[in-house]
Design a protein around this ligand. Structure first.
Ligand code: GLA
Length: 385
């Protein structure tokens, strides 16, 4: 939905022009999965799909929230009554951001908010981070808070971890807040240092497809938290702050030290090799060589997520296996896993046949048709008007 439509929706609801309209994108992650809560490396880029918010300030301690995507009316909340894990509805994301800003001492006195999003929800494409970041950016501008993107991302993560109650890392919010058009974001999740890496696939005759399996994942549910706890156990057993501190060259020695902790060994192996894969992809892209060489690294990442980290599922494996069997250069699940989306790197000339093959495989398996679209690295959060 465009800025104008969201502006008009605001006027209909609240009877006045909004003070401004902002947008924040969803993301795909090119490589670096389940590394962000291990202080490791990630490399997401922003999608053209965005959450858009029309917002005005209030001074009376009231927060009014409305979503054009839901049939739920206007929610009216009092700022002094906002409390973590208050209700579990969609309003927890924007309300959590207001709560996190105020907790950090920022003078937010109320707002009217009207939201609409084109980021597919439940697809592992960070629709919730987009919602959080667009609200954070709007309030940052309106209340002249002067916070940089990385700090807004931290506050949004706190909203999601504490207020919504999902123990996620920092990747999605940082991607939404900080990505730049035409680039992937190489992010060190330990200190949030960033590097924009140019990524122009079309110039090399390549495409990156997103295949949304339409199987819903629930990463606030137990499995995500279990993996996270397993990684923390691994770090504790190895005497490091985070698995990021295990160098790739020391992996075998670290695994040997874990003895018969089979599950922890698998988790550690994934995280340490995945960090290495991110560095490999960065080196390949920065060398200016053939981007096709990235393909096998993506595929190796998938195998590691499937076999070692065990967060894939039959539908994601079906996308990856079918795409590879039909000429893809590389393919992997993206995001938290347990459903959601896979990405496929392919020659532009193979896209049509490959898409048909994936659709046919889903039909043959009796699955709902997947949603397939091309992902072009797009802009991060911004003011539209
Ligand atoms: C979800 C979380 C992120 C990250 C990914 C896995 O998207 O929100 O913080 O952990 O899963 O890489």
């Amino acid at each position: 939905m465009g800025a104008q439509e969201v502006r008009e929706g605001f006027v209909r609801l609240y009877g006045a022009e909004p003070e401004g309209v902002w947008a924040a994108p969803g993301r795909v992650n090119l490589i670096g999965e389940h590394t962000d809560y291990n202080d490791g490396f990630v490399m997401p880029f922003a999608l053209p799909h965005t959450a858009v918010a029309a917002v005005s300030r209030r001074t009376d301690g009231v927060l009014r929230l409305h979503s054009a995507d839901l049939d739920a009316g206007v929610a009216e909340l009092r700022l002094d009554e906002l409390a973590p894990e208050s209700d579990g509805s969609w309003t927890a994301y924007p309300a959590g951001v207001v709560w996190a800003l105020r907790e950090a001492g920022h003078p937010v006195t109320g707002a009217d908010v009207h939201l609409a999003s084109t980021v597919p929800s439940g697809a592992g494409l960070s629709s919730s981070a987009a919602l959080e970041v667009v609200v954070a950016l709007a309030l940052n501008d309106l209340f002249a808070l002067g916070l940089p993107g990385w700090q807004l991302a931290r506050l949004c993560q706190r909203a999601e971890n504490v207020y919504v109650g999902a123990p996620t890392g920092i990747m999605d919010q940082t991607a939404s807040a900080c990505c730049e058009s035409g680039h992937a974001l190489f992010l060190d999740t330990r200190d949030l240092s960033q590097k924009q890496i140019p990524l122009d696939l079309a110039a090399e005759g390549l495409r990156l497809l997103v295949v949304d399996t339409q199987v819903t994942h629930a990463h606030s549910g137990g499995e995500y938290g279990k993996r996270r706890a397993g990684c923390e156990k691994g770090a504790a057993l190895l005497g490091v702050d985070a698995l990021r501190d295990i160098a790739y060259a020391d992996l075998d020695a670290a695994l040997a030290r874990l003895g018969d902790e089979e599950e922890v060994r698998r988790l550690v192996r994934h995280v340490v090799t995945e960090d290495q894969r991110v560095e490999q992809v960065v080196a390949l892209l920065e060398s200016g060589g053939d981007t096709r060489a990235v393909g096998p690294v993506l595929t190796a990442g998938h195998a590691s997520l499937r076999d070692d980290f065990r967060v894939s599922c039959p539908e994601l494996d079906l996308v990856v296996d079918t795409a590879l069997a039909h000429g893809a250069l590389g393919a992997r699940m993206t995001g938290g896993g347990f459903g959601g989306s896979a990405i496929v790197l392919a020659e532009a000339t193979d896209v049509e046949a490959l898409t048909k093959a994936v659709e046919a495989a889903f039909a043959a398996a009796g699955l709902k048709a997947p949603r397939v679209f091309e992902a072009v690295p797009s802009a991060g959060a911004r003011r539209l008007s």
